[in-house]
Design a protein around this ligand. Structure first.
Ligand SMILES: NC(=O)c1ccc[n+]([C@@H]2O[C@H](COP(=O)([O-])OP(=O)(O)OC[C@H]3O[C@@H](n4cnc5c(N)ncnc54)[C@H](O)[C@@H]3O)[C@@H](O)[C@H]2O)c1
Length: 254
């Protein structure tokens, strides 16, 4: 499929996981990829692999965000797709009883304020073009509670979801669609390492997933490519759950 032929797509967190899988999928579908990451080595490697442009940026710094969209526009002439995906989930962010304000603030800056900067600075390009698709990465934890808390992470993703809904509604008549991708747990190296050490911890989570396994990053990329494309032309302001059914489950199959 070549649904994204010649569209210019900016992807944050393109050096790893969901961002990397999406960079590959976007390129396969014909997009010109601008791969953004804090990590210079991983980001440049991703851009190289997909024949795209690498921009090193910290999405929690407003000037960096302004620069990355300007670079994309100056190089390719438009910004058609913004996949605002970079995020962190550090171990210091845990129960509200033990999480300090510095950890709280850092997660809010990288996961939520960054999405505010990205939307604020890409929407003017899209308004001038009269079209655009924005996908912000939230999470299933934006719609469900967890007894194994990461309090700032959860609150940040709730913020991403609410902000996305509002922007989708506000700009709907200007040809700009804004959707939130809400992934379930994705089988990333981080998750694998965590659960290799503690199989009981993995089992405690797997039991809630009707499909019975974690997602692959490529399954997220497929959903993002759909949302970015004209196949999703009537989808905006949505809470797009790609979660293996977790958020609908009470009792799961044995
Ligand atoms: N993996 C999961 O199970 C899961 C589930 C739900 C939501 N998510 C969300 O999906 C998104 C991607 O997660 P992933 O699992 O692919 O993570 P990942 O750690 O594999 O990749 C994240 C990338 O973002 C980059 N990054 C981190 N901070 C940055 C910053 N300040 N500026 C620019 N780049 C930065 C990292 O260098 C890394 O390359 C995140 O927003 C995450 O919260 C992940």
């Amino acid at each position: 499929m070549q649904r994204l032929q010649d569209r210019v797509a900016v992807i944050t967190g393109a050096g790893s996981g969901i961002g990397l899988a999406t960079a590959r999928r976007f390129a396969q579908e014909g997009a010109k990829v601008v791969a953004v990451d804090l990590d210079e080595v991983a980001g440049a490697k991703a851009a190289d692999e997909v024949g795209g442009l690498f921009v090193q940026a910290d999405v929690s710094v407003e000037d960096d965000v302004v620069r990355m969209f300007r670079t994309a526009h100056d190089t390719f002439g438009s910004v058609d797709i913004a996949f605002n995906n970079a995020g962190i989930s550090p171990p210091e962010d845990d129960s509200i009883l033990t999480t300090g304000v510095d950890a709280w603030r850092r997660v809010q800056e990288v996961n939520l304020t960054s999405v505010y900067y990205c939307c604020k600075h890409v929407i003017p390009y899209m308004r001038r073009q009269g079209k655009g698709s924005i996908i912000n990465t939230a999470s299933f934890v934006a719609v469900m509670g967890s007894a194994t808390s990461q309090i700032s992470y959860t609150a940040s993703k709730g913020g991403v979801l609410a902000m996305t809904r509002e922007l989708g509604v506000q700009f709907a008549r200007e040809g700009i669609r804004v959707n939130a991708l809400c992934p379930g747990p994705v089988d990333t190296p981080l998750l694998q390492e965590l659960f290799a050490k503690d199989p009981e911890r993995a089992q405690r989570r797997l039991v809630h997933i009707p499909i019975g396994r974690f997602a692959r990053a490529e399954e997220m990329a497929a959903a993002v490519a759909f949302l970015a494309s004209d196949d999703a032309s009537f989808i905006t302001a949505s809470e797009f759950l790609v979660d293996g059914g977790i958020s609908s489950a009470y009792v799961t199959p044995l």
